[in-house]
Design a protein around this ligand. Sequence first.
Ligand SMILES: NC(=O)c1ccc[n+]([C@@H]2O[C@H](COP(=O)([O-])OP(=O)(O)OC[C@H]3O[C@@H](n4cnc5c(N)ncnc54)[C@H](O)[C@@H]3O)[C@@H](O)[C@H]2O)c1
Ligand SMILES: O[C@H]1[C@H](O)[C@@H](O)[C@H](O)[C@@H](O)[C@H]1O
Length: 336
Amino acid sequence: MLKVGVIGCGAIGREHIKRLSGKLQGSMVTAVCDMYENSAKEAAALVSGSEVKIYTDVQAIVNDPNVDALVVTSPGFAHKEPVLAAVKAGKPVFCEKPLCTTAADCKEIVEAEIVGGKHLVQVGFMRRYDKGYNQVKDLLDSGEFGKPLVVKCTHRAIEVDSSYSTEMAVTDTAIHEIDCLHWLLDDDWESVQVIMGANTKFAHPALRDPQVMIMQSKKGVTVVLEVFVNCKFGYDINCEVVCEDGVIHMPAPSFPTVRKAGKLSTDIETNWINRFIDSYDIELQDWIDHAVKFEVAGPNAWDGYIAEVTADALVEAQASGKIEKIELGETPAFYK
Ligand SMILES: NC(=O)c1ccc[n+]([C@@H]2O[C@H](COP(=O)([O-])OP(=O)(O)OC[C@H]3O[C@@H](n4cnc5c(N)ncnc54)[C@H](O)[C@@H]3O)[C@@H](O)[C@H]2O)c1
Ligand SMILES: O[C@H]1[C@H](O)[C@@H](O)[C@H](O)[C@@H](O)[C@H]1O
């Protein structure tokens, strides 16, 4: 039984606590930590049948002998401290995306992991576990469609509040496609560009929304990604891969088509929690199954670093309006 300590008891922290203590096999939550004690207490109350220790200090929960592994669900800017502490303590750690908010911080984690000599870090890029993306990947990998040429994606959300900035369209939102498409295409990023044109009337005054991000891979695949976080109609994730010998369109979870009051209609998803609910379950089960063996099968610290280098370039491209190059450097032998 993997005894897990969860750091950051907000929205997704509580979702993961419920998974790790009830829904999934082979784990239990033995400790929780939040900078606000009340938040930690409320989260601990979600666990029934066993005692959960409450912490407000990151180092203390990492050092707890009754904690075998950590799940980090604090905001991105607060990921570095707990992830580094877990790596230094030799404990497996699942960190929600992004690994850190700068490439330099991600590199520090990569270097600490290499020094420790054990694969301990998994990043919460759950789309790699999504059924639809995996169906697309299987078709691409079969070779039946020839080589991929162009990928068209949308990442739309109903609305965001005033704390969501123009940069977050990259660092919080597009970061999923940055990782997922690198995995889907089995390719690294060469260059990126951001086009910001007409703004929606629903964006708060400081926010550029929508944004079109164009990313080119090393093998020459062009990705066109629309990020539109005040679309008002739903949480709408789409991905279409145009190949030499055909086009693959990712399926979305389906809803019934109904006839009522002179209308034929089908619901679409409105909430990220539900859109990827199965992926979160499969992702964390996979993490548990490997963490007990000190293995990482999902996206690792190097993937977290790649995503952040690419995100940094996209943020630069937002400001410059130019095509920005991605400089990753050699993949360390430890991650090959
Ligand atoms: N994979 C996904 O689809 C997905 C979905 C939602 C959120 N996330 C990621 O999960 C993380 C958390 O997002 P959220 O929506 O749950 O945020 P949230 O704001 O709801 O919760 C964050 C919690 O962390 C606590 N916290 C802040 N700083 C802390 C610190 N230094 N130490 C301990 N606790 C601290 C806050 O008090 C809060 O309770 C973010 O990195 C976000 O990008 C991922
Ligand atoms: O844009 C949102 C993404 O679609 C979700 O999957 C979460 O990662 C959330 O944190 C982001 O704000």
